[in-house]
Design a protein around this ligand. Sequence first.
Ligand code: URP
Ligand code: ZN
Ligand code: ZN
Length: 455
Amino acid sequence: MDLLIKNGTIVTDSESFIADIAVKDGKIACIGKNLTMEAQKVVDATGKYVLPGAIDVHTHLAMPFGGTVSADGYLSGTRAAACGGVTTVFDYPMQRKGKGILETVEARNQMCAPEACVDYAFHCIITDLNDGTLLDEFQAAIDYGITSFKCFLVYKKEGMMVDDGTLVKVMKKAKEVGAITNLHAENPDIIDMNIEKFKKEGKTSAWYHYLSRPEFVEAEADKRAIHWAKAFDTPLYIVHLACKEGVEAAAAAKKEGYDIFVETCPQYLEFTSEVYKREDGRNFVCSPPIKGQESQDALWEAIKNGTIDVVATDHCPFQSYEKDWGKDDFTKIPNGCAGIENLYPYMLSKANEGKITFNTAVKLCATNPAKIFGCTQKGSLTVGKDADIVIYDPKKEFTISVSNMHSDYDHTIWEGKKLNGYPVQTFVRGELVYDNGNFVGKPGFGKFVKRQPRR
Ligand code: URP
Ligand code: ZN
Ligand code: ZN
């Protein structure tokens, strides 16, 4: 064997038990008690948890956005991922008017391949159907390994928004080829109306970012999208859902048997809209904005009752000087926050504190993302799957600071947050990439994950 991890508590999405894991050629070869085979490397995980690597299915690396480019590229973003126990990262290449899906994704694959420190996959953002011809390329995207597309119902001036007709065409075609449609749901017209009003009134602080897109602005679009998914019986994955009304609508549709999937993000689970009143409120500006306490409570409840399927980050950091562009005008703040290195430690810390179980954390951050997005080799500690493994010390205390992260950004909304427990080692396909605070992997080691279509 190449690697033998002994005596750890193995955590799956449904059970936890003490056992050993043997790894050969990057795959999990055997799981059992008191394994005695020879191995090149033996890790004693006594007193530690042994978990599947997390899959962060929502990141924007080197993304041109908000008048700049997000602060983490493929190297620093995937390096930070490794150090936070994320072994597969999904990025969002953006198709533009006149361009195809494959050329868009291939260009990003070429950028990512030499830099990726963990495995990676792509969803493709669709911004224009090129008079309908783009739909003919969906099958080729599936053959390439892209089994999810994304639409935005906002970002009109950025040329990223689609109308309902385009969204429905994407959802229908995606279903036909075995893909799923991801959606950023907010109502653009009401946002514009609010922004115009606040600007006229001279209300320009970060607080008005929240007030221009409060709970009901997101809820309307969540409900509209769910309505279309039901009407056309297509699968729908709502990204970064952050409001109570939206989560309730999703729960109802799921109960009726529709294929509606819900993602939320750690920032919505930890902070409330009150952060936008802070002097540094602009650093928390993301869209949809972080909502009020009632929504946060509803999100935790939805995690517990299974309405929320996935927790991912929407990692899209910007440097302080870029956030400062909006000091006196919230519309000039590039939207997005950091999170890729905090996702798993944060959710596991919540498990360690007893707010959720470790099995739920694994389900939300690894097993469900793999199932929903067709990563058949990933997401659980199962014989035959990739040996993407995190060893977690429940006794290690950790305080998040920009100085102990492994990204390229210069500030984090998570500064000073104390976590109970922390990952101590991350393995990608059996290779150690993170060891006790240090990145020990190699750029270019990460491989493109060719995903399987839905059946
Ligand atoms: O504010 C955010 N979320 N920025 C990244 C783009 C998006 O909407 O996901
Ligand atoms: Zn979004
Ligand atoms: Zn996003």
